[in-house]
Design a protein around this ligand. Sequence first.
Ligand SMILES: Cc1cc2nc3c(=O)[nH]c(=O)nc-3n(C[C@H](O)[C@H](O)[C@H](O)COP(=O)(O)O)c2cc1C
Length: 435
Amino acid sequence: MNKPKPLLFHLFHLNLPPKPLFSNPIHLMALSQTQTPTTHSDPPQNDDSDDLLCSNPRHNHEEQCSSSLDETPSSISSTGKYLIGVSRFERAWAHWTKLGRPKFIVAPMVDNSELPFRMLCRKYGAEAAYTPMLHSRIFTENPKYRSEEFTTCKEDRPLFVQFCANDPDKLLEAARRVESYCDYVDINLGCPQRIARRGYYGAFLMDNLPLVKSLVEKLALNLNVPVSCKIRVFPKLEDTLKYAKMLEDAGCSLLAVHGRTRDEKDGKKFRADWNAIKAVKKELRIPVLANGNIRHMEDVENCLEETGVDGVLSAETLLENPALFAGFRTADWVAGNEKDYVDGKLDQADLVVEYLKLCEKYPVPWRMIRSHVHKMLGDWFKLQPQVREDLNAQSRLTFEFLYSLVDRLRELGVRVPLHQKDTSAARDSVEVVAI
Ligand SMILES: Cc1cc2nc3c(=O)[nH]c(=O)nc-3n(C[C@H](O)[C@H](O)[C@H](O)COP(=O)(O)O)c2cc1C
């Protein structure tokens, strides 16, 4: 590959601009002990090539420390305290309002809601985004983890940076490193996976609410940005409501509620309980977000209306269709209503190409890129499984290979369009799948 240019000058152009292009592309950013952005280190020389960064630009340190990134967040007063003098709920709402009250939000996803993916979703309608969950202890101890797992840029706002934690001091230490670069520091209280059980974090802290309270209080009392939490519901509504109230009382300024319990791990099998989310929204005075069952814009509209929440998070469906919030939907969500939809003149291969360009600009580990290519092109691979096998056979990926993979699919005649609601008289030109 050619020697990469400094990222600040690494401009690129996207083909389909429903929104203006990002005006000021910036670098990757890793946070040092002293809270200043630092340069990326060399890629780790290990055997697992998927863990290598997809490129390793030599950053110019002066470019990295652009003044915009050194500014304190605009919501922090000159005394360093966040909006002193108004009540806590008013502060929470003032902050949310200042961010433009975003409604369409990219949920946190380990290895999947990284910077290039967030930027792709933002281009297609997402109004805010969460980082993947970061492990607070490792974040404080390991510079390589920090520089690879947390990257952002000026246009990557509003941004929630999510941590898992079970030690309030470690959590605060980790949060202080990122607070200047985000709009909320979020605590993951919802991860139900075995790794969270072993590490004692996420949804397993639902068994230790005093610890949860101490995590929230620690951040709320000491950070300059508000603290948010993402929870799962308890099987009993009254427990969920008590839990939510406790979080609010402890200083949580925004709550995202995933309407499934800790045991309802499979999102395809269990529907999220919007009634529980609605009840939480009614109970609390801070902004509340809903998570679960958001697969297209009709779901978004229904969820906002039925629950009264202030915004929605989407995860799995966005991975297949990062243009969800711009009104595009996959064929799965058109089936049975074909006459109401038209070819949106955008497809997942277009989105993969845009994503790859973003990855060239904002390098990330190859494993993340591999995962996104599989998810975005899943429907295409079903029609040409050989191409998927060729991808799987590559132990080391390159951008050249991935761009040519998309070209090959197109040459093979595969095209699976994303669809949009038919608002015109162009019904006759509907092309559901053209091969
Ligand atoms: C690949 C993947 C990674 C995830 N990682 C996180 C995470 O880091 N933190 C978190 O709070 N939830 C995580 N989740 C859960 C999602 O944020 C979300 O709560 C869940 O998928 C339900 O939303 P959905 O029905 O839109 O998929 C992850 C989900 C997926 C699919």
